[in-house]
Design a protein around this ligand. Sequence first.
Ligand code: APR
Ligand code: ZN
Length: 316
Amino acid sequence: VAPDALAAACDPSRTEDFVAGILDGSIRRIAVLAGAGLSVSAGIPDFRSSAGIYKNLAKFGVNASELERPEDLFCIEFFRENPEPFYAASAMLFAKDATKPTPSHFFLRLLHEKGLLRRVLTQNIDGLELAAGVPQSRVVQCHGGMTAATCTGCGRPADIALVNDAIQATAARMAAPGGGGASGAVVIPHCPACGGVVKPNITFFGEDLPPSFYRTLHHDFLHPSPAGDPDADPCDDGPIDALIVMGTSLQVAPVSSVPQLLPKDVRRLLLNMEPVGEIGSLPGDAVVLGDLDSSCAKLAEQLGWTSELEGLVREA
Ligand code: APR
Ligand code: ZN
C-alpha cells in the first residue's frame, strides 16, 4: 500500500466513519476475517510474529533440524513422512487446559448479538470464536478444527480422542524431568483399523480447504442473495457491506485473497499490529495498528458497548 494511502487509512477519522456507519445503520452486514493474532492474548502463539511458532520452534518442542522450513510442521507431504514434529508442537500448543476467549473474541460475540455479524471466517483451529458464544452457523473454520480426525493410512474417520490422548501423553512426557524434547517423548496416534497415522482435520499446506470455506465464498462474497427477503435476518439480507480483518498476516492463500473479492465500495477495517495485504489502498479503508484487544475495546467504547464487552469478559 502506498505510504500516503496507508497514512490516510490510519487517520482516526476513517475509523470514526466506520463506527458512524454502524451507528447510523448503513453498515449492517459485517464479515470478519480473523487469524492467529486473535488468540495470542489467550496464550496461543501466532505463527509469524517474532514470538510466533515459526521463529521459536525449539520452544515448541520441535527439533528445527528435522524441518527444511518451519511451515513443514503443517505440510501434508512432510507429515506423511514424519508426523513427529507436528505432534511435538501440538503437545506444546494444545495440551493446556481450555483457554479462555479474548476480549476480541467477545467483540465478535457482540457484533452477533447486535445482529451485525454475517460471518466470521477464521484461520484459527482453536474454536475460541464458538467458545465466546458466536453460533456455529456464523463461524467458518477455513483451516478446519480439532474436533474430528482422519486416518492418513486408510482414510477412515478416526476418533479425535486418539489425537487428544496422544497430545496429552506427549505433554506429560515433555513435562517430566529430563523428558523434554527427547524424540522418544512424542506419542503418535494410530488408526485402530489399519495402524496408519491419525491426523486431526485441520487443513495442512497441500490440502484443500473444507467445503464450508467455498460455500461462504459463494453465498457471502461472490454471489450474495439480493436484499428484500422479509424472512432473512438483517445481516443476511443482501451483500456484505463491511469487512473487518483482524490478527492475520494475510500470507496464506486462498484466505489471503478474500479481502479483494469484495466490491470496491465495501468498507474495510484492519485491526492488526502491522499493515497487511493491500488494506489501506481504498478510500473506504480504515486501519488501526496496535494490540487487537485494545483496538476492540476502543471500538466498543466508540460504539457504546463497553459495559457489555466488559460483562462478557468478566463472565468468561
Ligand atoms: N494484536 C494485534 N495483532 C497481532 C497480535 C496482537 N496481540 N498478535 C499478533 N498479531 C498479528 C501479527 O502482527 C500478524 O500480522 O497477527 C498476525 C498473525 O499472523 P500469522 O502468525 O501469520 O497468523 P495467520 O495470519 O493466522 O496465519 C495464517 O498460516 O501457518 C498457517 O495455517 C496456518 O492459519 C495459519 C495461516
Ligand atoms: Zn487407518
